[in-house]
Design a protein around this ligand. Structure first.
Ligand code: SF4
Ligand code: SF4
Length: 203
């Protein structure tokens, strides 16, 4: 007859005293451990729409699209819970640390369609004042300005955006008529990197 090892004996005695490790869920509510990774949620007020989470998600559960309606461009960010594997990479790589956060929700059984297992948020996007291509979400500009502090003066687009938030510059600049018509003064506009390069080279 083989005798149990001491370690196993110790575990058995401990289990007898402390009770079982398993929970009685679903008969009783279950509270997950503090670091449990459950369903991720966007926190709209903390998300700046940068899209970093979409680049690190291994399953493509987070995605964004830039859509324009009536001259206003918005970035639509979506998290698809049906393909999420709860790895936590989106939260770990979020620029603000709080834009997307994994909750402790773990019970996903549902009769909803897969397409409805999503959370969608929208962010207004700043447009290039020359070619009108989307640059970055307005919230991202604001966040970068706050992080840079006085260094914001090193970038014309950021500086102009910052001055507008302080109401020290025109809120709505007239768009340049065409890209070929870029002039020296166009350098003092909010421009995408390509138009800024052209404006600098032509001035
Ligand atoms: S937890 Fe992982 S799989 Fe789910 S959305 Fe975040 S990065 Fe993607
Ligand atoms: S702020 Fe965070 S949650 Fe929002 S798009 Fe960027 S990485 Fe994703």
């Amino acid at each position: 007859m083989r005798y149990p090892k001491l370690r196993e004996l110790k575990e058995a005695i401990r289990a007898l005293i402390k009770g079982p490790y398993t929970s009685s869920y679903p008969f009783k509510p279950h509270t997950p451990y503090e670091r449990f990774r459950g369903r991720p949620y966007f926190h709209e007020e903390d998300c700046i729409g940068c899209g970093a989470c979409t680049q690190v998600c291994p399953t493509g559960a987070v995605e964004y699209k830039d859509q324009t309606h009536d001259g206003v461009t918005k970035r639509i960010l979506t998290v698809h819970w049906d393909v999420c594997i709860f790895c936590g990479q989106c939260q770990a790589n979020c620029l603000t640390d709080k834009g997307i956060v994994l909750s402790q929700e773990f019970a996903f059984a549902t009769t909803e369609k897969r397409e409805e297992l999503t959370q969608v948020i929208e962010k207004e996007v700043a447009l290039c004042e020359c070619c009108r291509e989307p640059i970055v979400p307005v919230d991202q500009y604001r966040w970068v300005c706050q992080r840079l502090g006085p260094l914001v003066f090193s970038n014309a687009s950021l500086l102009l955006y910052y001055l507008r938030t302080l109401k020290l510059s025109l809120q709505n600049m007239i768009f340049s008529s065409s890209k070929s018509g870029l002039l020296r003064q166009d350098r003092i506009r909010i421009l995408c990197p390509r138009c800024r390069r052209d404006a600098v080279l032509k001035s």
